[in-house]
Design a protein around this ligand. Structure first.
Ligand SMILES: Cc1cc2nc3c(=O)[nH]c(=O)nc-3n(C[C@H](O)[C@H](O)[C@H](O)COP(=O)(O)OP(=O)(O)OC[C@H]3O[C@@H](n4cnc5c(N)ncnc54)[C@H](O)[C@@H]3O)c2cc1C
Length: 835
């Protein structure tokens, strides 16, 4: 066995082999794959082989699209047929909300370049004559979709990798992984040791054991998944004999199953409620080609639904049931990218649609490893999108939920119940008593909006098939239902509007304690931050700037508010959802000579936002600090007291009003909260939530990661010019940014007013048209209450990015005229912020 390699891949399922193939394809021939048993003997061999392109995520969609384009090419390259059958894929809709979901998805698909059609029930019947169309109102079709033989696909990829010099060792179990003082990895196996620069973990259901070898608690726990295959059916056999095409893959989303032809019979795969987590601590050492005993009783309602839709399914016996482990993460998307806290240790794990994703996941991870960056936005699959809070108990509950909800309608405002309410800020109960309807980000509970006292949806509202329950988590029996999810404006729309209008006229308070926070200190702190981030680092104590960490290719990786709290001490604030991501990049980039220190402050510090024209009046009653504009201008911060509590107040906010972010020791939060509410009573203080904040941010054309800001767009394309200091001789990504500018941009970020909107605003990912040509995509959208307009932020072709240009945006299948307008439609001169 080789004793050294540039990279070692652990695991010979389809994902590991695809990673090996793509590394070799990018020119790394000195790569080794170690598989404890035979290739595919984990999860891959028993997969049903479906290749669903349908995915509401722009990034995961691109990975799937790449796979479906790659697989048909493998035969020419390797001589091995990967068993691809592009038989089409049809998803049925029986509710209006489901059709909305399909129309929303069609927008995502079209911006990526994936082909989709809408079918009438009659057209579905022509393709699937064995299905009845009772209750079907329409369907979406992927003509290029289909299924593949997973083992054949893996063997073709393995041959392709070997042809490029890669080596595969079967029956070789990795037993230990340690990083040497020189940074190299020592991979111990039962057949000897290998030293490598990079390790890529693709160990499927064994991931928690692999993670433990390097001290990582990887947020993957599998769930049982079953599919069954029937005996041959005479009608299907007759169709085959007559040379008719296969009927394709049929998905009845509203009944939570997929079905396709298999060897003259039918294959049915339900995603059932109640499927248990399995292999919680990993499979047994001798596990190979393992299946669990079938649990048909759990599938009964889905079998009945399938028989109602396709009576032929009930006319033949069941030949075989497959019950296997399917890897899951809390949000159902895989984990692809660098491991946190470790250098050159990579993860390609947690794949629940691994046959579909393998090609794209291997492709992007190979770019990341070889070139240092992926070429598409991978935020949706980044391993660091979860944090320490996602431990064993959380994962069991959350991953079972993610499995059970594969086929539920994925509303953009959906807030799921499992794993709640784990991380609560001290003022959680106070916010709840004020009517807070909570959402969750990075395990934190955050009020999304506030329902008026006694507010509940009426019995008539609830007596509809599309109503889902969200009764102010955690689910408490007898609490009223306050929220109805939708792709359209829903019941909370006007209440969010009232919050916006109240803040802009009076004063509001918001809990933003979920922000990621850290302190960078030490004699080298200033110069290190200066050469890392795009903007000039504040030199004077009390100054605040907004600054960006670029990728090496000059895309945008992270956004930080940087506050110089004291000499040699910088306080950095970034998005709560990306704490592990942002802090991992900072820590990995730090010099190791002791001149710079990092301290995580996320859970030590709380943040209350006080905003609106009366916020100065509220604060003035509680402090002797001079709050006047001259003494305390916009973009500065001060240490001051609120009553007894020492805080750092920063004159910044994300809504474009006069206001302060009050950063405080978390244990003093309720003291401060009560003081602010007491003082604010005279000025009509009211809480506001995340949805009001997002609406107001949109009116200011403020940008968000990973929407307007992403590795795919240069910082200039995203309009960050005034946060980039070219006066500095260097910052990370500077040369690449200038080179990109020189090459010219493909996109330009603009603000648009969308016309004739009645009940559905843009949400993000809608295509933008000029005539029949797609000329851009929406990145964020919604209604701006202060300006009274439906708005969108969008990336468009640079030659069109001129105020006054008229284009069209398709929202839920309807074309709307949309005009490019000047940025920041609310208060373009920032008078409120500076007042
Ligand atoms: C019933 C069922 C049906 C499915 N149907 C579909 C479908 O239709 N479409 C789809 O896209 N997906 C489907 N899936 C999911 C799909 O099977 C998985 O996503 C995919 O196989 C994952 O591939 P992998 O390479 O990550 O994992 P695996 O195939 O499990 O490979 C991991 C490999 O790592 C090896 N390994 C682990 N630890 C070590 C170690 N220490 N040393 C050496 N080797 C190690 C294991 O032996 C194993 O071979 C289905 C899953 C199930 C359970």
């Amino acid at each position: 066995m080789k004793t050294t390699a540039r990279a070692v891949v652990i695991g010979g399922g389809v994902v590991g082999v695809s990673t090996l193939y793509h590394l070799a394809k990018m020119g790394w021939s000195d790569v080794v794959l170690l598989e404890r048993k035979e290739l595919t003997s984990g999860s891959t061999w028993h997969a049903a082989g479906l290749l669903p392109l349908f995915n509401l995520s722009y990034s995961v969609g691109k990975l799937h699209q790449y796979s479906v384009n790659l697989y048909p090419t493998l035969e020419a390259e390797t001589g091995l047929h990967a068993g691809l059958s592009q038989v089409t894929n049809i998803r049925l809709a029986t509710t209006k909300d489901r059709m909305d979901e399909y129309h929303y998805y069609a927008g995502v698909a079209r911006t990526i370049g994936v082909d989709v059609n809408f079918l009438t029930p009659g057209q579905v019947k022509d393709i699937w004559p064995l299905a009845n169309m009772d209750g079907v109102i329409g369907a979406i079709q992927h003509p290029d979709d289909g299924y593949i033989q997973p083992a054949d696909l893996t063997q073709a990829l393995a041959k392709g990798a070997r042809q490029r010099g890669a080596t595969i060792y079967r029956n070789t179990t990795v037993t230990g992984i340690t990083q040497q003082p020189n940074g190299e990895w020592l991979i111990s196996t039962d057949q000897g040791d290998v030293t490598a620069e990079h390790v890529i973990s693709c160990s499927g259901n064994f991931v928690r054991q692999t993670g433990a070898m390097v001290g990582l608690d990887i947020p993957v726990i599998p769930v049982e998944h079953q599919y069954l295959v029937t005996e041959q059916h005479p009608e299907i056999m007759a169709r085959k004999k007559a040379g008719l095409p296969e009927m394709g893959v049929l998905r009845e989303s509203d009944a939570s199953y997929y079905m396709r032809e298999e060897a003259g019979g039918l294959l049915l795969g339900p995603y059932e409620v109640g499927a248990p987590a399995c292999y919680v601590d990993g499979p047994a050492a001798n596990s190979e080609y393992e299946l669990f005993p079938d649990a048909l009783e759990r599938l009964e309602p889905y079998i009945v639904a399938a028989m109602n839709r396709v009576p032929a399914f009930g006319e033949v016996g069941i030949k075989k049931v497959y019950n296997g482990a399917i890897a899951y993460t809390p949000d159902g998307s895989p984990i692809i990218g660098p491991a946190w806290g470790l250098k050159n240790f990579w993860l390609n794990e947690g794949h629940s649609f691994g046959i579909t994703a393998a090609g794209g996941a291997g492709w992007q991870l190979a770019h990341w490893i070889v070139d240092g960056e992926p070429t598409i936005d991978m935020m949706g699959v980044d391993p660091r999108r979860f944090g320490d809070y996602a431990g064993r108990g959380f994962l069991i509950e959350k991953n079972e939920e993610a499995y059970a909800k594969v086929f539920t309608v994925h509303y953009p405002d959906e807030e799921r119940e499992a794993g709640r309410a784990l991380r609560r800020t001290p003022c959680y109960d106070r916010m709840k008593a004020l009517g807070g309807v909570f959402g969750s980000v990075f395990g934190w509970e955050r009020p999304n909006w506030f329902a008026p006292a006694g507010y509940a949806l009426t019995a008539a509202d609830l007596d509809k098939p599309d109503v889902l329950l969200n009764d102010n988590h955690p689910v408490v029996p007898d609490e009223p239902v306050r929220e109805k999810w939708s792709f359209r404006r829903s019941n909370y729309f006007e209440h969010v509007g009232n919050e916006c209008l109240h803040v802009t006229k009076h004063v509001g308070i918001q809990d933003m304690s979920a922000f990621a926070k850290c302190e960078i200190s030490g004699p080298g702190a200033e110069s290190w931050l200066d050469q890392l981030l795009t903007n000039a680092v504040p030199k004077k104590v009390g100054r605040v700037t907004l600054s960006y960490l670029l990728t090496q290719n000059a895309g945008v990786r992270s956004e930080f508010t940087v506050y110089k709290a004291a000499a040699q001490r910088y306080y950095l604030v970034s998005a709560g959802a990306y704490e592990r991501h942002d802090h991992d990049y900072l820590k990995k980039a730090m010099p190791n000579d002791g001149s710079v220190n990092f301290e995580r402050l996320t859970t030590a510090m709380g943040v209350l936002v006080l905003a609106g024209p009366r916020s100065r009046d509220v604060l003035a009653k509680l402090t002797d600090t001079d709050l006047s504009n001259e003494a305390f201008p916009w973009l500065t911060g001060k240490k001051m007291s609120i009553g007894l509590a020492p805080v750092d107040a920063l004159r910044v906010n994300f809504i474009g009003e006069l206001g302060w972010e009050i950063h405080h020791p978390i244990e003093m939060q309720n003291y401060i909260f009560d003081k602010l509410m007491e003082s604010g009573a005279a000025f009509g203080i009211k809480p506001f939530g995340i949805r009001a904040m997002t609406s107001m941010a949109l009116e200011k054309s403020y940008k968000l990661i990973p929407r307007e800001l992403s590795v795919e767009y240069s910082a200039y394309e995203s309009g960050l010019d005034r946060f980039i200091s070219l006066k500095k001789p260097s910052f990370f990504g500077r040369e690449a940014l200038l080179a990109w500018k020189e090459r010219g941009s493909a996109n330009h970020l603009v603000t648009m007013e969308v016309h004739n909107v009645t009940d559905a605003d843009a949400r993000g990912s809608e295509p933008i048209y000029q005539g029949d040509d797609i000329v851009g995509r929406v990145t964020s959208g919604g209604y701006g209450w202060r300006v009274g307009k439906s708005l969108a932020l969008a990336m468009v072709r640079p030659d069109l990015a001129v105020p006054g240009t008229e284009l069209e945006i398709t929202i839920l299948g309807v074309r709307h005229k949309a005009t490019i307008i000047t940025d920041s439609p609310f208060d373009p001169d920032n008078n409120a912020l500076r007042s």
